[in-house]
Ligand binder design. Structure first.
Ligand code: FES
Length: 80
């Protein structure tokens, strides 16, 4: 089991799950604010960049491609 924090909220997932997988498993389908509205996973294969988050201070991480690691601190991104 892994535990991650997203905007000060804690989530639990399984080893090997992506960040997007953990969030979707918890019922979250959108976690980024863009000019077009709330975005989450669209393609799920690393192409569309709709799922961007900041992970441990590194921005622009694709949540659908990054394996969640125990203790990760994730922040939503707001892009105009
Ligand atoms: S959902 Fe398209 S890059 Fe992550």
């Amino acid at each position: 089991m892994i535990r991650i924090t997203v905007d000060d909220e804690r989530f639990e997932g399984r080893d090997g799950q992506t960040i997007a997988g953990v969030l979707i498993g918890a019922g979250r389908i959108a976690w980024r604010t863009a000019q077009t509205g709330e975005r989450g996973v669209f393609c799920g294969i690393g192409v569309c960049h709709d799922c961007l988050v900041t992970v441990n201070g590194l921005s622009g991480v694709r949540a659908c491609q990054r394996a969640a690691a125990d203790g990760d601190v994730i922040e939503r991104e707001v892009r105009a």
